[in-house]
Ligand binder design. Sequence first.
Ligand SMILES: [Zn+2]
Length: 420
Amino acid sequence: MLRRILIFFLLMPLFSISPAQDISFARTVIRDLTSPSMHGRGYVKNGDKKAAVYIRDKFDEFGLMHFGKDYFQHYSFPVNTLPGKITLKVGDKKLVPGEEYLIASSSPTLKGTYELVWLQDAEDSARAQELLSSSGHANRFVVSEMKRKELDKSNPYGSTGVINLVDSSENLWWHVSNGRDVNDYVIISMREQLINRESANISISVKNKYLDDHKARNVIAYVEGTREPDSFVVITAHYDHLGRMGKDTYFPGANDNASGTAMMLDLARYYSMKDNAPGISVAFIALSGEEVGLYGSGYYSDNPLFPLEDIRFLINLDMVGTGSAGITVVNGTVYKEAFQKLAEINEEQLLLKEVKVRGEACNSDHCPFYMKGVPSFFIYTRGDEYREYHNVKDREADLPLTEYEDLFRLMIEFIDNIDE
Ligand SMILES: [Zn+2]
């Protein structure tokens, strides 16, 4: 207890100067990572590689060490992309990609004008059966009530494509996790008010490019511990995002996960300073391929650069741009003692409104590590002040970073506690 109070007072002057600095550093990183030149940090135009180089340069600037000959760990995976110009018209009306409609990342190349078949209402289902068994729907688009998830798996109509209507209360969310394979049909998610039963046809142009061996990389650095260099605290954050859906639309991914990447880099910067030299080593792993299916963390945990057993604790940061309602800690019920400590520090220092416990969930990059026995938390912020997610509006300018400084401080105090 005494020691903690002492540390607290020692850090006081530092914290009274640095918060403003911390948030401006984070803002700059998030702005850079979400700029159009990074192409949404996906697979089109090697946006993810550009982000990797940016992170490497930061590690280098802070004078961090690397395990291999440089900071990169290379690997590859197959993924479908939609790099070309995408257009969609209902009748004569041209729609706005990203805002009014999305084309599933699993789509093939397609160009043409297609008649619509409506199978929207429950009363249609008998007719649907009839239609399905008779002529089929080749060269037509079916407007379907089927859930997107079901449609991703298969197209029961045998049509050229399917239109999935989204009402105004729902979000238009794009994913690349269903883009690992190319389907032989196109799925369009569309705002329902843009189309009706009088709409005779749609005209579409979309071009896919299947990358059977997309080169990706994790970016890894560390600060060596002064006392116990072979024990590690690890901070992970995925820097990749969804990239581009066509030439004119990209997904900035400010909250997901430029925010976590910024905090990871901020912690790297903090521990690289002489006065903050940690007793045990602190490693920073910027992961790729998360959006397509936790590929980067999967690859790293299968090919670790130092023994996984040397990881004392791992903290994965994914979407930390809010915080008005506090944070959630995945695996909090698994590592009870560590969770207790985290909650205690938070309470003592009056940081976040709530540190909420959650059980295990394989929903981010901590998971492959956890499956291999690495003690780990996945931390994300909560709050209704910002709700943009997997859409074209997840932008830096609107991201509040409500509790960024308090979470940053909580992380440092927690790491220092592991270090004792
Ligand atoms: Zn995501």
